[in-house]
Every structure is written in structure tokens, then in C-alpha cells.
Write a protein that binds this ligand. Structure first.
Ligand SMILES: [Zn+2]
Length: 280
């Protein structure tokens, strides 16, 4: 095949790469070789093996980029000035382990993943906390820039990764308080409660944050001598890690959850988990 000929099915990039292949000095007949098999001959078995390996590499790349996002998300979340219970809720939302209809169906608890309110879409974390109409009304009525961020995201983690870089600290705190309230409201309505007016929910989130921040200021000026030493977390000494964990049961054992965090001698988080443990 000469350089000027038409390569047909080969892209110009590949054609150029092919032309770079050094040719054998001996005059030998061209043969087709499948380099993934010992004898150079393609078999379905070897093709399947290569396809499986490629898929595995692809998944591990996706996994490591996801772990990178989770690491920075975790640290940003833990620095937020919001109550710990909201941080834990937020982390569960990011890990996609909130008991949404979607997750309950995946765990074979429910037969349908459909949202109880709109009866149209799957109730994912993204749906209930962000894209669902009633939730969007709340975001539109809040003081942050949330409504400008659109609803094009495919999953909640993608949304949160976008928000993490776009929002100020105050907006970031407010975002999580509103998410928490939306989840609380969703549970209340499922159990016979009523929807709050979107603007009153948004306003309550702002008031809640103000109260929390004022309470933190009051705590900060109190005398540290009265805080018993054993109640203050201390990092481990030397090259060891410290594991702290806790678990809880809800609704008389109908649900449970646990969380753990491993930190190094500088108090830096090395690994963490928060899981929904099901019925006990
Ligand atoms: Zn819905």
C-alpha cells in the first residue's frame, strides 16, 4: 500500500502510525497476527479476556477519579460550619446511601423506585434534593445562587462536585442545610405531614444557620478549663492511626447506621465510611 492511496476504513491518525511501523528486511509474506494470544491466532476466548481487561482498566480509572472527588469533598464538607448531624446526612447523600425509593428498590425492600410525589420519575438522591419540581421551587426562592446552576447534572455527586468549586463557604453551608430540610420534609410528608411553602423552608434554613453560628460563637468564648480533657479528641502518637467509630439504631431497630474515621498523627483523615446498616 503506498502513502498516497486511500486507506478506506483507517483514520488518518492510525494510517500515520501504520506507516511508522518498520518493515522486515527479509522478504516475507504478510500475515495477520493477534498479539494477545501465544500463537498469534485470534480466539473468542482470548478476545473475551482482552475485552474484560480493558473494561477493568476503565472501571479502575473511573474509581480513582471518583475517590479523588470524594477526598476533596470530604475535607470541604468537614470544614463546613454546619451541625455534625447535617454533615453526616450530607456524606450519606454523596455516597448515595440515603433510603430513597431508588435505593430501597435496589436493596429489594420496595418493588418500585418511583417518586411518591410526582409519580413520574425515579426517586434518586438528585431527584429528591435537587431536580424535583418542589425542590427546585425551594432552591429558586433561596438567597444563594443555586437556581442558576441548572438541572443538567446526571447524579448528585456530579452536582455537588460542581457546587464545591462555585459556591462561597456561606452558600455551601446553606446548600447542605436546605438539602437536609428537603430530606426531612420528604420524610414528614410521606408520613402524612404537609409541604411547607418553598420560601418559608428556604428562610428557615437561613435562620437555622444563623442560630447555629451564634451558638458556636458563644461556645468559643466559654472558658476552656471547664472542658474535661478526655472529651477532646487527641491525635495518636507516632506513626500509628486512630480509628473512631459509632453506630446508631433508628425507629426501634427498623434501620441502623454506622460511621468510622481513621486519622493519622496530625489528625488528618486517612479514610472514612458512613453506611446505612439496614434493620437490626
Ligand atoms: Zn418526584
Amino acid at each position: 500500500m503506498g502513502q498516497g492511496e486511500n486507506f478506506g476504513y483507517v483514520s488518518p491518525f492510525d494510517a500515520n502510525a501504520i506507516l511508522q511501523i518498520p518493515l522486515s528486511r527479509r522478504v516475507v509474506q504478510d500475515v495477520i497476527v493477534w498479539s494477545f494470544a501465544k500463537r498469534g491466532k485470534y480466539t473468542v476466548r482470548s478476545g473475551y479476556f482482552v475485552a474484560k481487561q480493558l473494561r477493568k482498566d476503565e472501571l479502575s480509572n473511573e474509581e480513582s477519579s471518583k475517590q479523588g472527588i470524594m477526598g476533596s469533598l470530604w475535607s470541604r464538607l468537614w470544614k463546613a460550619t454546619i451541625p455534625n448531624k447535617i454533615k453526616i446526612f450530607s456524606w450519606r447523600a454523596c455516597l448515595d446511601i440515603l433510603p430513597t425509593q431508588d435505593n430501597l428498590m435496589r436493596r429489594r425492600v420496595l418493588a418500585s423506585a418511583r417518586c411518591c410525589f410526582c409519580q413520574q420519575e425515579t426517586e434518586s438522591v438528585l431527584h429528591v434534593l435537587w431536580s424535583y419540581g418542589a425542590s427546585q421551587d425551594v432552591w429558586a426562592g433561596s438567597v444563594g445562587r443555586f437556581q442558576k446552576l441548572g438541572t443538567a447534572q446526571n447524579d448528585f455527586l456530579q452536582l455537588v462536585s460542581d457546587l464545591m468549586v462555585k459556591l462561597s463557604s456561606e452558600e455551601w453551608n446553606l446548600f447542605w442545610v436546605i438539602c437536609w430540610q428537603l430530606w426531612y420534609q420528604r420524610n414528614t410528608v410521606i408520613h402524612g405531614g404537609v409541604f411547607q411553602h418553598p420560601s418559608s423552608l428556604a428562610k428557615r434554613a437561613v435562620d437555622y444557620l444563623k442560630e447555629y453560628s451564634n451558638a458556636q460563637d458563644t461556645l468559643r468564648v466559654s472558658d476552656p478549663i471547664h472542658v474535661p480533657a478526655q472529651q477532646t479528641w487527641q491525635p495518636p502518637q507516632g506513626s500509628v492511626f486512630k480509628l473512631n467509630f459509632d453506630g446508631a439504631c433508628f425507629d426501634d431497630g427498623a434501620a441502623s447506621g454506622y460511621g468510622a474515621v481513621i486519622r493519622n498523627e496530625k489528625g488528618e483523615v486517612m479514610a472514612a465510611i458512613a453506611e446505612w446498616g439496614g434493620a437490626v
